[in-house]
Design a protein around this ligand. Structure first.
Ligand code: GDP
Ligand code: IMO
Ligand code: MG
Length: 427
């Protein structure tokens, strides 16, 4: 049986959590392979709303084994806060499995994330302040602390000491902050060692065996294609690989076992944090999308920047991820608009670009070339079959499909699990 990868096609918050939840009952494993508690997934089941950050969305489905893969960075305090909050609501989190190779976010990572942003001033990234970037930087610098290090105090202290040596100089001399002691950090991390130990496994081996046993593994991305550190709008990105390639390195599942790649595309575009956004709206239409779509961050509560759908980005996401199936979310939010602009190309200094411009400065100067598609006014939140949608809503989906170059298999018409049109089963 195959591994299925699920990614975001835009700048995040496309509704990956709902899509993962939807697939939950048809898969045995749900693996989070990148990012950490910078993610925020809202899942609505029977009118109950769950906000997940670090835990894979599969945690909400009985019978699924949720896995935190090696590519994830873990804030242990957040991990147990989330586990306790779900347990208090009657969700059984005991099947959760965590990779021994996942890296750990420590207090100095959170401090550095915040002071670096302040230091950058106008050039800031607008991070979530969760310590994500500094933790991945340590991983690449070979100064990281991994989950397995928690089980050998001597090694843990050595690693923390190595990580703090230079950082304390930087904190004290450049940022004018107090130095952080090895004792303080070691104690902070060791506090969780006993509780986390039973959850820790060789997750790559576990998943390989599951695939050998004909079980289905869903690899769920945090963030999205344009926030990917390699393929996104660098430097206004997160620090991990959020695209389909990252699913393999972040889980230890080889590319030859991935059978399908599903990308979640919101019917319009949003972005949180800084960075270029060609179709961004600064007028009433932007306010309409924000209000109608409830576009306020799950993680930081920040209002999301809103704009029309960008088909250049959709096409790019299809190419970079090798998408086999698209899921359109939030089509219901567009109800009531007379006509709906979709960006089909960019104008950069008088030159038309049908593909993502190669250079950052061209993308910064890209103005959208719009095509207008006719809107609809009927409430579509109760539609359950594609044919139930008003003709113009069907036309919108079909037009975006043609522009993107991959077929839509699922359409979301509301936040609820059941508010979904399935054109083709994903599993
Ligand atoms: P994620 O980070 O990709 O998982 O997405 P978020 O959960 O941050 O943001 C998506 C929001 O849209 C959540 O509040 C979902 O409940 C909601 N949502 C998902 N699909 C739909 C849909 O088809 N229609 C509507 N109206 N809301 C949706
Ligand atoms: P989900 O999984 C939207 C953005 C931040 C910032 C940039 C870097 O819910 O789609 P970081 O803290 O990761 O170093 O911040 O990335 N960002 C997200 N935007 N959805 C997310 O996750 C995001 N995770 C990070 O706003 O611009
Ligand atoms: Mg989100």
């Amino acid at each position: 049986m195959p591994a299925i990868v699920l990614v975001g096609a835009q700048w995040g918050d496309e509704g990956k959590g709902k899509a993962t939840d939807l697939l939950g009952s048809a898969v045995e494993y749900v693996v989070k392979f990148n990012g950490g508690n910078n993610a925020g997934h809202t899942v609505v089941i029977d009118g109950e709303t769950y906000a997940l950050h670090l835990l894979p969305s599969g945690i909400l489905t009985p019978g699924v084994t949720p896995v935190i893969g090696n590519g994830v960075v873990i804030d242990l305090a957040v991990l147990f806060e989330e586990i306790d909050a779900l347990e208090a609501r009657g969700i059984d989190t005991s099947p959760l499995v965590i990779s021994a190779n996942a890296h750990v976010i420590a207090s100095y990572h959170r401090v550095l994330d915040k002071v670096t942003e302040r230091f950058l001033g106008k050039r800031k990234i607008g991070t979530t302040g969760r310590g994500i970037g500094p933790t991945y930087a340590d991983k690449m610098n070979r100064l990281g602390v991994r989950v397995q290090d928690l089980f050998d105090e001597k090694i843990l202290r050595q690693k923390v000491e190595g990580a703090l040596e230079l950082k304390n100089q930087i904190l004290a001399k450049i940022y004018n902050r107090r130095a952080i002691s090895v004792d303080e950090v070691s104690e902070e991390l060791l506090r969780y060692a006993d509780r986390v130990r039973p959850m820790v496994r060789d997750t790559s081996l576990l998943l390989a065996k599951a695939l050998d046993d004909d079980q289905t593994v869903l690899l769920e991305a945090g963030q999205a294609t344009l926030l990917d550190v390699d393929h996104g709008t660098y430097p206004f990105v997160t620090s991990s690989s959020a695209t389909a390639g990252g699913a393999c390195t972040g889980s230890g599942i080889p590319p030859t076992r991935v059978d399908r790649v599903v990308a979640i595309l919101k019917a319009y575009t949003t972005r949180v944090g800084e960075g270029p956004f060609p179709t961004e709206l600064h007028d009433d239409a932007g306010d309409f999308l924000r209000e109608a779509g409830g576009e306020f961050g799950t993680t930081t509560g920040r209002p999301r920047r809103c704009g029309w759908l960008d088909a250049v980005i959709a096409r790019y996401a299809v190419r970079i991820n090798g998408v086999t199936d698209l899921v359109m979310t939030k089509l219901d939010v567009l109800t009531g608009l007379e006509s709906i602009p979709v960006c089909v190309a960019y104008d950069v200094g008088g030159v038309r670009h049908d593909e993502m411009p190669m250079s950052q400065s061209d993308f910064h100067h890209a103005t959208p070339v719009f095509e207008e598609l006719p809107g609809w006014s009927e409430d579509i939140s109760g539609c359950r079959r594609f044919e139930d949608l008003p003709k113009n809503a069907q036309g919108y989906v079909r037009a975006v499909e043609e522009m993107s170059g991959a077929p839509f298999s699922v359409i979301g018409v509301g936040p609820g699990r059941e508010q979904t049109i399935v054109i083709r089963d994903l599993v």
